[in-house]
Design a protein around this ligand. Structure first.
Ligand code: URA
Ligand code: SF4
Length: 208
């Protein structure tokens, strides 16, 4: 059976999971990528942010949320009154999915099959963490955490209880920082950014 499960060490802490993920062959995404991008931040975090997948910069540097979308997210976290260093950051899919076009690597949204294959890593992380709240950034994280298709516009910004199958943490769905970044030259940008900050504030207040 495909999927990451056979590479996930049982009962392992976050550092051991991070190490083991280097060997994962649970789907085909490992091969063209430079490296696995596991997570960053303290396992004791009261807030966990779950993104989609590493981007180009993240794949090169081996760290989540260090590219343009990550930079926007970190600023939004700060603007919400949260110290980014206290937040655990991870992704639903741990290898960069892209299409090579000449010298450029163009981001490709992971499919449900990749989300499902990579889900054992997120499951293991949630088993090791004890956050007050888990924030799903965008539709991929929403699918990974809630096990169903989500609609950001209709569902964002609400604190949910018992919505994540394998965690008793509260959760909240919000926009993906890339979606906000893409609006940078649109008139709606300020509003979109403010909505992301407001959702992060709501999450922080609920995290306790
Ligand atoms: N960087 C990440 O690590 N994850 C995202 O979802 C976006 C940017
Ligand atoms: Fe394993 Fe996830 Fe990478 Fe696929 S994307 S190889 S399941 S770590």
């Amino acid at each position: 059976r495909p999927g990451a499960q056979q590479w996930v060490p049982e009962g392992a802490g976050i550092p051991a999971l991070r190490e083991a993920a280097k060997g994962c062959r649970g789907c085909e995404l490992w091969e063209p990528a430079e490296q696995v991008v596991f997570s960053a931040g303290p396992p004791s975090a009261t807030m966990v942010l779950v993104g989609e997948q590493p981007g180009d910069q993240e794949d090169r540097r081996g760290m989540p949320f260090v590219g343009p979308a990550g930079t926007l997210l970190v600023q939004a976290v700060k603007d919400a009154g949260i110290d980014p260093a206290t937040v655990y950051r991870t992704n639903a899919v741990k290898h960069f999915r892209f299409e090579q076009r000449g010298a450029r690597r163009i981001h490709k949204t992971p499919e449900t099959v990749h989300i499902t294959a990579c889900r054992p890593w997120l499951h293991a992380e949630l088993g090791e963490l004890s956050p007050g709240i888990v924030v799903a950034l965008g539709a991929t994280a929403g699918r990974a955490l809630f096990g169903r298709a989500v609609r950001i516009g209709a569902e964002r910004g609400r604190v949910l209880e018992g919505a994540i199958a394998d965690s008793d943490a509260k959760s909240l769905l919000t926009a993906h920082p890339s979606a906000v970044l893409r609006m940078q030259r649109d008139p709606g940008y300020d509003e979109a950014y403010a909505a992301l900050v407001a959702d992060l504030r709501t999450a922080a207040a609920a995290a306790g």
